[in-house]
Design a protein around this ligand. Structure first.
Ligand code: ZN
Ligand code: ZN
Length: 286
C-alpha cells in the first residue's frame, strides 16, 4: 500500500517549484549553506553513530544529533536506525527495505519511502537506544524539530528561506541518501566479497559525504571510516575526526590495519587498536 507520509520527501521535492518564484539573496545563500551542513547529522549521527556505534559521545551531543537529524525529514533516529539495521541484516534479500536487486531501481530510490509497511519497523532492532527517554521522545515527535526548522527558515528569510534554504538543501540531502540506497547497490566496483550487491561508487562517495563507499561499509559496518583507499574522500569521517580532536567524541572505531593496507598497497598504516571483530559487528553495544 502506498501512503504519502512515511517521509515528507515528496513535499520537499514539490517545494522546489518555489525556486522559480523567489530570488535568493546573500542571506539566502548563507542559510542554504547552514542547512546543507545538516546532512552531517544524518551521516555522522543517524548512520555511523545510531545505526553502527562507530564512535562514542556524550548524551548531550547524542541528543543534538538526533534532534537536528529530525529536521532532515527522514523521520526519527530510532526509526531510521531500525530500517537501516534491517538493510544490513538482510542486504539484497526480500527483507531489505530498499534493495534495487529485489525491488527495482525506482522503489529502492524513492518508492519505498511511501510504503506504509515501513512505518512499522522491527523495534527490537533498536533496543540499545530505547533506554534513553529523550531519544524515544524525539523519535516519536520528530515532526516538531522538523516544523521548527522550516519555521526558522521562514523567520530568517521569508518564503525564499523556505524554498531555497529548506527545500533545496533538504532535497539534495534526500537525493544523496536515496542514491546510496539504490546506486550504491548497482554501480561501482566491489573491493570485498560481501555476498551482497554493495558497491564503492566513486560519484556517490563524494556526493554523499563518504557514505557512497558502500562496499567498504558493508564489509566493516561499524568502522567510522568508509573511505579506505587514500583517494576515497570521506567527509563524514573527517568531521568525526574533528569532533574527536575537540573532545566531543571518542572511541572512534576503524577497520583493521591489514584491511587498510590491502586498500592502500603503497602506503604505510600503523596498527589499529580496534580488532576486526569490533569493526565488523553491525551494531554491537560497545
Ligand atoms: Zn547498503
Ligand atoms: Zn550502514
Amino acid at each position: 500500500m502506498v501512503v504519502w507520509n512515511v517521509f515528507p520527501a515528496w513535499l520537499t521535492y514539490l517545494g522546489l517549484a518555489g525556486l522559480f518564484f523567489f530570488r535568493p539573496t546573500a542571506t539566502t545563500w548563507i542559510l542554504f549553506a547552514v542547512m546543507l551542513a545538516r546532512y552531517m547529522t544524518i551521516t555522522v549521527g543517524y548512520h555511523r553513530y545510531f545505526s553502527h556505534h562507530a564512535f562514542r559521545t556524550s548524551r548531550v551531543l547524542q541528543f543534538l544529533l538526533a534532534f537536528i537529524g529530525c529536521t532532515c525529514g527522514q523521520r526519527g533516529p530510532l526509526w531510521w536506525t531500525a530500517i537501516h539495521r534491517q538493510h544490513h541484516h538482510h542486504t539484497d534479500t526480500a527483507l531489505d527495505p530498499h534493495s534495487p536487486l529485489i525491488r527495482g531501481f525506482w522503489t529502492s530510490f524513492f518508492g519505498w519511502t511511501m510504503q506504509t509497511r515501513w512505518l512499522y519497523p522491527d523495534w527490537r532492532l533498536v533496543r540499545d537506544w530505547t533506554p534513553y527517554p529523550e531519544l524515544v521522545w524525539v523519535n516519536k515527535f520528530w515532526g516538531i524539530p522538523w516544523a521548527l526548522c522550516v519555521l526558522t527558515c521562514y523567520l530568517v528569510d521569508g518564503w525564499t528561506g523556505v524554498f531555497w534554504g529548506y527545500c533545496l538543501s533538504t532535497s539534495i540531502i534526500f537525493t544523496s541518501a536515496f542514491s546510496v540506497n539504490s546506486f550504491g547497490h548497482m554501480f561501482g566496483p566491489q573491493r570485498f566479497d560481501t555476498a551482497d550487491q554493495s558497491r564503492n561508487n566513486f560519484l556517490m562517495g563524494f556526493l554523499a559525504g563518504g557514505d557512497g563507499w558502500h562496499n567498504n561499509h558493508h564489509r566493516y559496518p561499524a568502522s567510522a571510516r568508509h573511505g579506505m583507499a587514500w583517494y576515497e574522500l570521506d567527509a563524514t569521517y573527517r568531521m568525526i575526526l574533528i569532533l574527536k580532536f575537540v573532545g566531543l567524541v571518542w572511541n572512534v572505531r576503524k577497520a583493521p590495519a591489514e584491511a587498510m593496507r590491502a586498500a592502500n598497497p603503497t602506503r604505510q598504516f600503523k596498527e589499529e587498536t580496534m580488532s576486526e571483530a569490533t569493526a565488523e559487528a553491525p551494531h554491537s553495544l560497545n
